[in-house]
Design a protein around this ligand. Sequence first.
Ligand code: GP9
Ligand code: MN
Length: 412
Amino acid sequence: DSSEISEIKNYINENSDTDEKSELFGIAEDKNVIFVSIESFQNFLLDSEINGKETTPFLNDLKESEETIWFKNFYHQTAQGKTSDSEFIVENSLYPLGRGAVYFTHAQNEYHALPEILNSHGYTTSVFHANNKSFWNRDVMYDTMGYDKFYGEQAYEVTKENSFGWGLGDKAFFSQSIDELKQQEKPFYSKFITLTNHFPFELPEDEANIDKYDSSSETLNSYFQTARYTDEALKQFFQQLKDAGIYKDSVIILMGDHYGISEFHNSAMGDFLNKEITPYQHIQLQRVPFMVHIPGYKNGEIREEVVGQIDVKPTLLSLLGIKAEKDLSFGTDMFLDDQQKFTALRDGSFITEKYVYTEGTCYDRQTGEPIQSEKQVCKPIKQKVEKELEYSDNIIYGDLFRFYDFTNKDSE
Ligand code: GP9
Ligand code: MN
C-alpha cells in the first residue's frame, strides 16, 4: 500500500541526491535517441581475434572514438527473462524478478517507464524487432510502458534468403527499418533489438567473414562468427543513418542484453581466455558493451566506473536534460560520482569499486583473490543488496506504483 511505497521512496532518496546534475546533463537535449540492444553480446568479444582477425572491428573503433563514451565495467543484470529482463531493467530502473519474466507475470502493472516519460516530453517512441510481436509478451508490455509503435516481424519482408538462425538477419533488419525510422516524428526514441547473435549462433557459410574458433564447444566456436556478422550489420546501420540524414541529430546507445556463453562452456571459455573460469571470473564475464555515441562530441572517453543496466534510465534522462525528480529508480546517473555504489545481480552477487561478491565469497576486484582476513567487508553491502532487491520485488508483486504520484512539478 502507500506506506510501503513511502518507505521505498525514502530509501531511494537517502541513497541518491536528486538535485545533483552531472557534467553531461542536457548534452543530448532534444536529440533523437536510437537505442540498440545487441543480442547476447559479451565484452570479451571486443578486441578478441580469431586467427589474426578481429571479431568486432567496427565496435573496436567505435569504443575508442572521440564521439563515444564507453563504460567498460557495465554489467547485465538479467535473470530468466533474458532479453525481456534487460528491456525491463533499462526502461524502469527496477530489477527483474528472481523467477519467471516480469514481462509475462506483471505486464498490467502501473509503471513509469522511459517511453512514457519521454512521450510527455514530446518524444515519439517506437520499437523495431523482427520477431513475433507476442514473444516475451512484448505487444502487451510495450503498451503498458507507453510505446507509440512496435514494428514486429509482420513489418518486415522475411524470406528464406534473408533469414537464418532465429529469423531475419540483422543486416536486412536494419536495412528494412530505415524507411520507417525516417518517418518517425522528431524527436524520437527508437529501440532496435537485434537477433542474429542468438544461441545456437547459426550463420550461413557465405555470410561468415571470420573463422570459427576451435575448441570443445561448438557454441563458443560459432559465437564469434555471428558476433562478427552483427558487428558488420551495426557498421552498415551507422552508414544508413548518415545517408538518411538522421545520424547527426541523434544519440546512439549500444548495449549488450545479456551473456551469450553460459557456464556450461566454462572449459572452452577458459581455453579461449587462457585462464580458469572461477566464480570471480564468471561474474567478470557478465560485462556487456555499453556505449553512448554522440555525433559531434569531442570528449569521448573510456570510463571505469562499475555500472549496470539499472543505471541506464537515469543516465539517459540526464543526457537528455530531463529532470524526472519524482521518478523512483534504483539506478543512478552513471556520470555522477556515487560513493555508495554497488551493482547488484539478480542472484545477490554484486560488484563494487573494490569487491566482487558471489557464492558466499568476497573477492578483491582488482586481483580476483578471495579476501580472507577481512571477511566482513562485503557483509554490510550484501545486506543492502538484499534489501534493495526485496524493495524492487515488492514494487512489482504489490503493484505499488498505483499508490505513488509521479507528477513532476518542475519537469524542465
Ligand atoms: C527474441 C529475442 C531473443 O525476440 O529477443 O530473446 P532471448 O532468448 O535472448 O531472451
Ligand atoms: Mn537476448
